[in-house]
Design a protein around this ligand. Structure first.
Ligand SMILES: Nc1nc2c(ncn2[C@@H]2O[C@H](COP(=O)(O)OP(=O)(O)OP(=O)(O)O)[C@@H](O)[C@H]2O)c(=O)[nH]1
Ligand SMILES: [Mg+2]
Length: 397
């Protein structure tokens, strides 16, 4: 168990000390995610949710009520907001989004996941800044991310100018909200054209912001489509910004890759297939795609066959000659684990369940299959570390 103890100590030292966190907060050094962590700590140590803690403490640094960060989906009509939400969070096949009706009122979805969060899908025709009936604090007061969807297959000038107006209004009152621009429906566009559009939109937004004196607004751009994995990849990046101490998770996975000579490791949210952390090696779409498809394979098999119960006879056979060991001691994990070697690339892919929401999926190198006992031991250590990490960061009910 080479990986776990140092990480455990580091975690306890970094997270267990409330006074330390509070002191750093007041000196203005903490990120919004760290503030969330601190509030969760305070609530859980008080035993009950603290009413005041749910209120924003200062403009723009609002904290999520009940520990649920909120993602807002906004943009022009028919830009693809409801399709994105249905495909990513409700597993709707992309083709079926053709039949989605236009959204008439704000759709609020609560996602039960490793980190409970909310997704609000806004109707395209609503401009919350134009309408005095909307309570801005209730919408933007709780930190999360604003996802602005732009239809790249349509004329986007109006969408960009609405987005500009939105960013300017938000910068004045809530400057810390992450603004994520999804340049959407890029399927069917050539690579050159995609990049041209991205460049054009980025320049238009940055010019407008610097004209108004905002140089470093937190705006990020993603090229997305529901017809491939790009939408999941983009959501992964959005969600990762909301995870307190993401660096700790990443260094656990980087250490695991180094020790076990893995090519790439991802920590997945199994239901949405968003990856919430990966190691420090450069990510490529192909490795993400294969790991995410592998999760589907395992889920499908589990759905068809359920939990695998061995018959007594079968168990006796496996525990007898030549193994002579109890089955529980022969397997690395009692929940779910699986390994597959692809014939053409010769690279084993390994999956290990962390809890009911999370799975660790790694692409191994050709030669690592020979060292499975060592791999299992290290994976087990990392899973323990991850479980502890999420126990510490989870809000208490
Ligand atoms: N080609 C392509 N079409 C998409 C994509 N995403 C969504 N669409 C299509 O875009 C159309 C509009 O999608 P919606 O999700 O209803 O759009 P919306 O933004 O929710 O629209 P409002 O609710 O009216 O604001 C649908 O026909 C989808 O099939 C995509 O990535 N690529
Ligand atoms: Mg809609």
């Amino acid at each position: 168990m080479t990986l776990n103890p140092p990480l455990r100590e580091a975690l306890a030292a970094e997270m267990g000390d409330d006074t330390n966190l509070t002191a750093r907060s007041s000196s203005g050094l903490m990120s919004p995610a760290e503030l969330t962590l601190q509030r969760i700590h305070m609530q859980s140590s008080a035993g009950a949710p603290n009413k005041d803690a749910a209120k924003p403490t200062e403009p723009g640094l609002g904290l999520p009520a009940k520990g649920k960060p909120r993602l807002l989906l906004m943009g022009q009509r028919r830009s693809g907001k409801s399709s994105i939400s249905s495909v990513v969070f409700h597993k709707l096949p992309p083709n079926e989004t053709l039949f989605l009706e236009s959204t008439a009122r704000i759709q609020k979805d609560s996602m039960a996941s490793f980190m409970d969060f909310q997704v609000w899908d806004f109707p395209g025709q609503i401009d919350v800044f134009d309408n005095a009936n909307f309570d801005m604090d209730a919408i933007f007061g709780e930190i999360g991310a604003l996802i602005w969807v732009i239809d790249a297959q349509d004329d986007y000038l109006e969408a960009v100018s609405r987005l500009n107006a939105t960013i300017l209004s938000l910068q004045r009152s809530y400057p810390n909200i992450n603004i994520e621009v999804f340049i959407h429906k890029v399927d069917g566009l050539s690579d050159d054209y995609k990049l041209d559009i991205q460049r054009d939109i980025t320049i238009r937004i940055q010019d407008e912001l610097s004209d108004h004196g905002f140089e470093n607004a937190p705006v990020t751009f993603h090229l997305t489509s529901i017809y491939n994995h790009s939408i999941f990849e983009a959501f992964s990046k959005v969600i990762q910004k909301l995870i307190p101490r993401l660096g700790t998770l990443e260094s656990m996975l980087t250490n695991l890759c180094r020790t076990c000579r893995f090519e790439k490791a991802y920590l997945f949210d199994v239901l949405s297939k968003i990856y919430i952390a990966t190691d420090s090696a450069t990510a490529d779409m192909a490795s993400y795609e294969i790991c995410s498809d592998y999760i589907d394979v395992i889920i499908d098999i589990t759905e068809v066959y359920g939990t695998w119960q061995r018959s007594d006879e079968n168990r006796k056979k496996l525990e007898g000659e030549p193994f002579n060991t109890k089955l529980d001691e022969q397997i690395g994990c009692s929940t779910a684990e699986s390994c597959l070697v692809l014939h053409d690339s010769n690279k084993p892919i390994m999956l290990r369940e962390v809890d009911r929401y999370l799975a660790l999926v790694a692409i191994m190198r050709d030669d690592s299959y020979d060292r499975m006992p060592l791999v299992n031991m290290n994976v087990e250590a990392v899973v323990e570390g991850l479980t502890e990490f999420f126990n510490i960061t989870k809000p208490r009910k």
